[in-house]
Design a protein around this ligand. Structure first.
Ligand code: ADP
Length: 447
């Protein structure tokens, strides 16, 4: 079994993995850039290695630096967290070629799911319902217009190599197609170095529902229900909950069963998320993420499992510690993403934390790498904390969220906390009546 794991990440997710290692009696190695010398993950790990200058490309994304750090410290496995190298099939291949275990799925599964056209084809073959749209890539505007006419407007043009909500453009009618198509292409080229795009029917009022799956890599697969992540700004999630307020136990069992079977059939190893849009009682696959998600704690809360521990177990070749029947939902959980951002434009707001106080008490979990006096560097993601609450039911979780937000103190920088205070005053949020457009519309009207 592993004695030592290197965490190829920073911030709250690095802490999350270090905590699981410590509970399992495994030594942890932090890697960091020169901008993160004082970061909490460096302080908390058993060992640390500086792997480069501030720029992510030269540090957290530097494959040679991370492999060297493993060799120098004798770490036997790498946990990639989310973001950075977590969905880089080439990295996984190199890690394995060096005799190091990658804590995650195979390079092949990451490659298949990283290309959204291949992912959709694979999903279809595995019996997963997908959003209607083009068969593969769309080469030019003429072909795009033909698809628009066939499927009916509006349609959405999406980057094959997409991620993080980039390279996506909606065309509401044929007149808008040329511009939307060219813009999506050039954004895709700039962001991913690949200008291939495909087209989907644009759903008008869906919810974003994602199924947490887990495989043992040997043909065993389970699902851990859904998360509703419909509250989004620019296709980025800000508030997530489980179970989904609009999903019935029958629907969960049906779509969950399809996903668990797909995972089993693939021989998928570790944690994954199959993302759907859900409208009028139907699920439509959009993509699969082959890693731990930012919002995994809401699933952990309602199922009482430790997904990171489970990832480490299956990477060691051990069986999963639960069966589908063991996985019973208990209560309701909500996560809010606390970003160092200034409202109303959500402009990144790095700076020094003059005071930090985390909320506590029953059913409250705060995953954050903040501390008093910490300087948030300007080079990375603006996520500085995740507040997760768990209650016996949704109303209890909501009132607990309200209470915990009231206790939280993050002074010195602007954060998204005021947004959540305001959202908790909204009848639609309290009743769970929202879709993927709700937040954008609310922001336009209220901020
Ligand atoms: P990314 O990988 O960039 O996050 P996704 O394919 O996961 O892209 O889509 C992100 C979000 O974009 C979805 O949660 C949804 O809000 C919106 N979206 C994507 N596809 C469609 C579609 N066909 N119709 C309507 N909205 C969509």
């Amino acid at each position: 079994m592993f004695d030592k794991i290197l965490i190829a990440n920073r911030g709250e997710i690095a802490l999350r993995v270090i905590r699981a290692c410590r509970e399992m009696g495994i030594q942890s190695v932090a890697v960091h850039s020169t901008a993160d010398t004082d970061a909490m993950h460096v302080r908390m790990a058993d060992e640390s290695v500086c792997i480069g200058p501030p720029s992510g490309t030269e540090s957290y994304l530097s494959i040679p630096a991370i492999i060297s750090a493993c060799e120098v410290t004798g770490a036997q496995a790498i946990h990639p967290g989310y973001g950075f190298l977590s969905e880089n099939a080439n990295f996984v291949q190199i890690v394995e070629d060096h005799g190091i275990t990658f804590i995650g799925p195979s390079a092949e599964h990451i490659r298949i799911m990283g290309d959204k056209i291949t992912a959709k084809d694979t999903a279809k073959k595995l019996g997963i319902p997908v959003v209607p749209g083009s068969e593969g890539g769309v080469p030019d505007v003429a072909a795009a217009k033909k698809i628009g006419a066939d499927f009916g407007y509006p349609v959405i043009i999406k980057a094959t190599a997409g991620g993080g909500g980039r390279g996506m453009k909606v065309a509401r009618n044929e007149a808008e197609m040329e511009r939307a198509f060219q813009t999506a292409r050039s954004e895709a080229k700039a962001a991913f170095g690949n200008d291939e795009v495909y087209i989907e029917k644009y759903l008008q009022k869906p919810r974003h529902i994602e199924i947490q799956v887990f495989g043992d890599g040997k043909g065993g697969g389970v699902h851990l229900g859904e998360r509703d992540c419909s509250l989004q700004r620019r296709h980025q999630k800000v508030f997530e909950e489980a179970p989904g307020p609009a999903i019935s136990a029958e629907e969960r069992a049906r779509i969950g069963g399809i996903c668990a079977n797909a995972i089993a059939e693939m021989g998928y190893r570790g944690a994954g998320t199959i993302e759907f849009l859900y409208e009028d009682g139907e699920f439509y696959f959009i993509e699969m993420n082959t890693r731990l998600q930012v919002e995994h704690p809401v699933t952990e809360a309602i199922f009482g499992v430790d997904l990171v521990r489970e990832q480490i177990r299956v990477a060691e070749g051990l069986p999963m510690s639960f069966t589908q029947d063991d996985l019973q939902i208990n209560g309701h959980a909500i996560e809010v993403r606390i970003n160092a951002e200034k409202l109303p434009n959500f402009a990144p707001c790095p700076g020094t934390i003059t005071q930090y106080h985390a909320p506590g008490g029953l059913g409250v979990r705060m995953d954050s790498a903040l501390y008093d006096g910490y300087r948030i560097p300007p080079y990375y993601d603006s996520l500085i904390g995740k507040l997760i609450v768990h209650g016996r039911d949704r109303p209890e979780a909501l009132s607990r969220l309200n209470r915990a937000l009231g206790e939280l103190i993050v002074d010195g920088v602007d954060t998204t906390v005021p947004l959540f205070h305001a959202l908790l005053q909204e009848a639609d949020i309290l009743s769970g009546n929202y879709n993927i457009h709700w937040l954008e519309r609310w922001l336009e009207a209220n901020l």
